[in-house]
Design a protein around this ligand. Structure first.
Ligand code: C2E
Ligand code: MG
Ligand code: MG
Ligand code: MG
Length: 283
């Protein structure tokens, strides 16, 4: 193809690039079929308080492809955003999360759990994002107070005023908002205090070396202090070791998510984990 396109384009022909573009086109075509063919599912990762009780979960999207196997969101979320597929997929995630909350409300071991759902920038920027959330909650009959939406700093910075408006509308509905991967973006204190947030979520890149890297330790202490000063909850993601948890507790962070407590699990395993934790505490 490069040859027939002429001499000038030939310089740009790169078989490696061509192959990766083709792989991407194939992946996009496969992703387009994932939702109608029922290949998407949610896994749930526990959020645990200082007493070791599971107080919530984060819904994490998984794509179970018949031949590719389990495809990680790292491989397909950006593709879903660029292709616009994140709009129907994101709607499905919200609806499935609400259906799950309804189920959990009927289970003594899971009643009252909050569920955090990741929302991508493109999805949040839709003019009718808030009415969509409201429509889903009403149609599903889900308690809005159990739903938490995770946004990222870059999403907020795209359009601070618009984001603040939407967050206020969500808050008025009873839905909570959390700032995901906090610390990796460029949030300034001045507009952070204008955002009607409920929670800051410390990015796991800072948690990882908390016990050995002085810089990360200071960043984490600063984030916890900021959250407290702004009257926000704070949660740490990616907690893998007792030493990390111990540091976080010592500096005032009381909710954790990470492999130390549980990996993201299919719903049946998540529910057995809840039952095991409950029975081992009582018995
Ligand atoms: P995130 O929202 O920051 O989610 C946390 C990620 O950290 C998850 O990766 C989780 O499996 C991983 N994680 C949790 N605890 C630990 C730990 O202790 N150690 C380590 N090393 N990792 C841990 P996952 O499931 O691969 O998701 C990656 C990203 O994909 C998410 O990052 C989120 O940005 C995006 N994503 C996932 N589900 C959705 C979704 O439904 N919608 C949108 N828009 N994005 C999603
Ligand atoms: Mg998240
Ligand atoms: Mg995160
Ligand atoms: Mg993250």
């Amino acid at each position: 193809r490069a040859k027939t396109a002429g001499r000038n384009t030939m310089r740009f022909f790169d078989p490696g690039l061509q192959a990766s573009l083709e792989a991407r086109t194939l992946l996009e075509a496969a992703l387009r079929r994932a939702l109608p063919e029922g290949q998407l599912l949610l896994h749930y990762q526990a959020q645990v308080n200082a007493m070791g009780q599971v107080v919530g979960a984060e819904a994490l999207l998984r794509w179970q492809h018949p031949t590719r196997g389990m495809v990680s969101p790292m491989q397909f979320i950006s593709l879903a955003e660029e292709s616009g597929l994140i709009i129907p997929i994101g709607g499905w995630v919200l609806e499935t999360a609400c259906a799950q909350l309804n189920q959990w409300e009927k289970m003594p071991v899971a009643r009252g759990l909050k569920l955090s759902v990741n929302v991508s920038a493109r999805q949040f920027r839709q003019a009718d994002f808030v009415p969509q959330v409201s429509e889903i909650l009403q149609r599903m009959g889900t308690n809005p107070a159990l739903l938490k939406i995770e946004l990222t700093e870059s999403l907020v910075l795209d359009d601070v005023t618009g984001t603040i408006e939407k967050m206020h509308a969500l808050k008025a509905m009873g839905v909570r908002c959390s700032m995901d991967d906090f610390g990796t973006g460029y949030s300034s204190l001045s507009y952070l205090k204008r955002l009607p947030l409920d929670q800051l979520k410390i990015d796991r890149s800072f948690v990882r070396d908390i016990a050995t890297d002085e810089g990360d330790a200071v960043i984490v202490q600063t984030i916890i202090g900021m959250a407290h000063n702004l009257g926000l909850d704070v949660i740490a993601e990616g907690v893998e070791t007792e030493a990390q948890q111990e540091f976080l507790v010592r500096h005032g962070c009381t909710v954790f998510q990470g492999f130390l407590f549980s990996r993201p699990l299919p719903v049946a395993e998540f529910e057995s984990m809840l039952e095991n934790r409950t029975s081992s505490r009582c018995g």
